[in-house]
Write a protein that binds this ligand. Structure first.
Ligand SMILES: [Zn+2]
Ligand SMILES: [Zn+2]
Length: 212
């Protein structure tokens, strides 16, 4: 899993109120914040030091907190970044979309691959098979892994089947049909259609204008 930090930058200072010294420095100094999970955030300071913030406890490993027991500029900066939506709140972490690298916030105990809103798939979505270029329609997004799902006619798992070996065996499987029929968004499939199962990462979301 690739976790992503906020860009190392300073923030604008509001002009309509006076900030106390630590709040001011929480904004004017260039810092980057990385959510580590378990309520911990790593802050890289302007002086290139790295401190660990425990947000719930309001603790930080910097001298200002350790020796003076104050709410330091790092704890304040983490709170500011969360409020602004640039850093994930408690219980979530920032990861990269598998297809485009965009940062997405996900529950910290959930396994990938992860996708941004543009690359997320659901029953009825159109996808492209990266191996053949074929367009397919998604009918089922499972949470079962490719190496745990058997292909009925082939006596192998999805992960071992043909060119699926190019993709990680621990990704979830996705059921698809060739789009010669309309599939309802709730995943209802006409009985005559054959469902083809792929490792999630072999499929790439295709944007269509008709998303209904
Ligand atoms: Zn600190
Ligand atoms: Zn994406």
């Amino acid at each position: 899993m690739i976790t992503t930090a906020s860009p190392k930058t300073s923030l604008p200072v509001p002009t309509d109120r006076r900030l106390e010294e630590r709040s001011l420095r929480a904004r004017t100094e260039a810092m980057s914040v990385l959510a580590l999970g378990d309520g911990l955030y790593e802050v890289e300071s302007e002086s290139e030091h790295t401190y660990l913030v425990d947000l719930e406890a309001g603790r930080c490993t910097c001298p200002d907190h350790v020796f003076r027991n104050v709410r330091c500029k790092h704890v304040r900066r983490v709170a500011i970044e969360i409020t602004a939506g640039r850093v994930p709140p408690l219980g979530r972490i920032a990861v990269e979309c598998t297809d485009c690298g965009e940062s997405v916030f996900v529950d910290e105990d959930v396994d990938g691959p992860f996708y941004c809103e543009r690359h997320r798939i659901y029953p009825g979505a159109t996808v492209r098979d990266r191996e053949t270029g074929d367009r397919l329609t998604v009918v089922d997004v499972s949470d079962r892994r490719a190496d745990a799902v058997q292909i009925p006619d082939a006596s192998t798992t999805v992960a071992e089947y043909g060119t699926n070996e190019n993709y990680d065996p621990d990704v979830p499987v996705v059921g698809t049909v060739y789009p010669h029929a309309t599939v309802a968004r709730n995943g209802v499939v006409p009985a005559s259609l054959k469902v083809y199962v792929f490792p999630r990462t072999r499929l790439e979301r295709v944007r269509t204008d008709d998303r209904n």
